[in-house]
Write a protein that binds this ligand. Structure first.
Ligand SMILES: C[S@@+](CC[C@H](N)C(=O)[O-])C[C@H]1O[C@@H](n2cnc3c(N)ncnc32)[C@H](O)[C@@H]1O
Length: 479
């Protein structure tokens, strides 16, 4: 097998970034990071089709609080002669109070500082780093970046226009916020030589001021992106992006990441995304033959990224992607189920490609036990495939007959087509004895409306018995 790095880590990135075996010094060509902002929000996994009576659950909390760990981080920054400056920035932020700049801003900054330092270590001298942030904290992050990477290595503040604003947002008083900021730094001036300048084609019929048609490549791309007709990256509002969407909050656009990957790396280079979410940077890296490492603390993320890549990159197979930090054996899966029910559910949903989870840990609520939703497209001859849904319910412990019967009721309540109950194999007799025996069919065969799927099946990567035709995320690869 070719020795190509494709690695996903379901860990806090601080541990991975400081692991010199995983990430040796000067080993990475390009870092893109899109950390949770200091916006004090909780990001939920939405699923609009399911109605309003379900409570969405947090995919991740976008807030950093100040606690003993932050005290330790600050003390460590203070102790280093070169990092003392970073501690000063954090303390400066601590002193600024206001609705948007509470003490959490300092907690956010101290957490970013201790992660950006090892990012500097792992970046090659020819490498680049793109820090994606919003106006809440970008000026403070700029100070940290200047202190860590050097002011001379600051290249651009890229303004990325997020999308075409509509609806209630347009009613807002004042200027409508519609951009993110991407801070672009290099590890050393040498990196500039490796920059692949990108151009936008001249519009049709374009002539220069002297009336002549231009020769050459087009307009070089500036530091404002997605701001003109000629530079339309898919925006959140544009249809083709909605085809990419995986239900992951804060998912970034593939063509935004492709632009960064193409400009600041070359085929074979190593791309690192330490906050990789549903893996947009990994997807862009694959499309352009780069190697990659993705890290995300959520156990939901790694499975989703794996699924996304396998679905969209036909040449990739399972064993090409190494995943660390998720259960690999039955024993590890049982331990996770026993220790953290919610993380167990996240792991299962991520691993089987289910989107959206609807109840908080231990919370029965009105959701009827919807832990995730699988979208599929049954093949009916002569008809355009239409999306249908399978409700996923995850049980890490005993399964009761009532729970199996309730899943059928939930499927009906949400007008879904199927229900999958995921449990350990020793619970399958209960599932089999109590499940409704209805079936549904498509051109390829017949499927049970309610079915059990075991954690053992998942570990062996056996497919769930649902129509296999699924639309690809990337329109360009759609068959
Ligand atoms: C803004 S999202 C990234 C979205 C991503 N760019 C995409 O296109 O899908 C931030 C991610 O950082 C992850 N995260 C938060 N804290 C983390 C940490 N300490 N280590 C690793 N990942 C973390 C969250 O779980 C979340 O998925």
């Amino acid at each position: 097998m070719e020795d190509i790095t494709r690695q996903l880590y379901a860990y806090d990135n601080l541990a991975v970034l400081n692991d010199e075996l995983v990430l040796p010094s000067e080993s990475v060509d390009l870092i893109y990071l899109d950390p949770p902002f200091n916006s004090n929000s909780t990001y939920n996994l939405p699923f609009k089709n399911l109605g309003k009576d379900v409570a969405a659950v947090a995919a991740f909390q976008d807030t950093w609080a100040w606690g003993p760990e932050e005290d330790e981080h600050l003390a460590r920054l203070d102790a280093g002669p070169r990092t003392k400056l970073l501690a000063d920035v954090v303390r400066f932020a601590q002193q600024i109070r206001g609705p948007r700049t509470s003490v959490n801003l300092a907690a956010y900054l101290v957490n970013m500082a201790v992660r950006l330092i090892p990012m500097r270590r792992v970046l090659k001298r020819t490498g680049s780093i793109y820090l994606h942030c919003d106006p809440t904290a970008n000026s403070y992050l700029r100070l940290l970046m200047d202190a860590i990477f050097g002011q001379d290595n600051f290249r651009n503040e890229i303004v990325w226009r997020i999308g075409w604003v509509s609806g209630f947002k347009t009613q807002k008083r004042g200027w409508i916020r519609n951009h993110d900021t991407i801070l672009y730094y290099v590890a050393s001036p040498e990196a500039i030589k490796h920059f692949n300048k990108e151009y936008l084609p001249y519009p049709e019929g374009y002539v220069r001021r002297d009336g002549k048609r231009p020769t050459g490549r087009g307009f070089p791309i500036e530091d404002t992106w997605n701001c003109s007709e000629g530079d339309r990256l898919d925006s959140i509002m544009i249809k083709s992006f909605s085809r990419e969407k995986l239900g992951y909050p804060t998912q970034k656009n593939l063509d935004l990441l492709e632009r960064i990957v193409k400009a600041s790396s070359n085929p074979g280079d190593l791309v690192l995304d330490p906050f990789c979410g549903c893996g947009t940077a990994m997807h862009a890296a694959e499309l352009h033959q780069r190697q990659w490492i993705g890290i995300d603390i959520s156990r939901f993320s790694a499975g989703l990224v794996r699924e996304r890549l396998l679905k969209n990159i036909p040449t990739l197979s399972d064993e090409d992607i190494l995943v660390f930090g998720l259960p690999q054996s039955l024993g590890e899966a049982r331990t996770l189920a026993a220790n953290d029910k919610f993380e167990f559910e996240k792991w299962v949903c991520g691993a089987i490609g289910a989107h959206g989870m609807y109840h908080n840990p231990g919370d029965k609520g009105a959701d009827g036990g919807v832990d995730g939703v699988i979208e599929f497209y049954p093949l009916i001859m002569g008809k355009t495939p239409q999306k249908e849904l399978a409700i996923v319910q995850v049980k890490g412990g005993n399964v009761t007959p009532d729970a199996v019967r309730a899943l059928y009721a939930t499927v009906k309540r949400f007008d879904a087509t199927a229900g999958v109950l995921v449990c350990f194999a020793d619970q399958m007799t209960t599932v089999e004895n109590n499940r409704n025996l209805d079936t549904f069919a498509d051109a390829a065969g017949e499927y049970p409306v309610i079915q059990g799927y075991t954690v053992e099946d998942l570990l062996q990567q056996k497919p769930i018995n649902l129509p296999t035709y699924r639309l690809r995320d990337d329109a360009r690869l759609t068959p």
